[in-house]
Ligand binder design. Sequence first.
Ligand code: S3P
Length: 427
Amino acid sequence: MSSLTSQPGRPVAGIAAIPGDKSCSHRALILAAMAEGTSAITDLGESEDVLATVTALHAFGIAAVRDGEGQWRVTGGPWQTPANPIDCGNSATTARLLIGAVAGMPGVRATFTGDASLSRRPMKRVAEPLRRMGATLAGGDTLPLTVEGAVPGGIEYPNVPASAQVKSAILLAGLGGSAPVRIIEPMPSRHHSEIMLGQFGCPVTVARDEVTLGAERRLRACDIAIAADPSAAAFPLLAAAIVPGSDVTVEGMLVNPLRTGLYEALEEMGARIGLANERIVSGEIIADVTVGHGTLRGITLAASRIPAMIDEIPALAVAAAMADGETLIEGLAELRVKESDRLGAIVAGLVACGVTALADGDSLRIFGRGRCRGGHVLAQGDHRIAMAFLTLGLASEGPVTIDDGTCIATSFPGFVDTMREIGADIA
Ligand code: S3P
């Protein structure tokens, strides 16, 4: 256990250093490993989760070589059956995407395991469509799970609840054959797999609510640059929004509209948000994003807006605590099955800091008073809970202490250094 404490009192300012987007990092590694030739990846986010994918690919016999910080070379090739179970650590993206990839590879067989948190998370949502496509999956509804690949049959699958991991698993499995693969999405989820498959020479059609794998299924190596992760940037930018006198910029941040829900919500609440230098890199829209403090007020967020901020609810809850008035966030059932029971962890953390908050079915109500006492919070082993509450401490009346900060390395190992560089007092 190593506790961390954030102290209020200082504004934050400057440029925050943010790792490469976690979702795009996993996908770049996996697609490069499935492609013909050698791909170069720059600005890979080297978090524990992403490194779990690298280690897994090594076990499948793939050469993934680190040339420098964030610089990787990956040579695709036939995947081998690994000698031992693949330990995905805390990373559901590693598990679900690799299970999908293996499902479409005849002759490859692998067992996937994870840490205590990942071993509680639902896997039936990927197992069911992959079985329908012809793969053999042995195990229960959670890890460990053993997958035996097969030439994939066709599928038309409703992606409900909206999950980019389930959609990606189906697309990756589909690459192993030529049968039609279509996913229906009543609510859109992040579409990085679709964009990146296009970069690797396999265009995916996204029309209305349908995602269809194209006829070309052979991936060709390409070079991918990963943009700064909006889910990691959420914390320094949240600090700028809630600490008076603050102004923070993140350069080259992924601003794909299916990832920017938090920023739209912060702007509606009264934070100052500016975008500059918009451009397209490796098929994704990126920009320099600046957030400045504003007097925040509570808002209502409907369930339809949640997929674009699914990982940012802890950050949004902190903004709501520092806002004036009630914030209502609907459609949060998926938060119960994240790295922790996030809905429960958010409410417990806010209450521990003197904020009135309650989970009402799958909605979250936070009664903001524009200030917060501070207190001791249990991170529950969840990186985003830990970072959100440490950020709250920068704007509270007293410090916020979290019981254990080691989980932060799951997604953002440089979090404390980045926050200190912009002036935050976290130790
Ligand atoms: C992710 C998808 C989301 C998100 C997770 C990363 C991805 O999960 O919460 O952190 O990279 O595809 P779901 O697909 O379960 O919504």
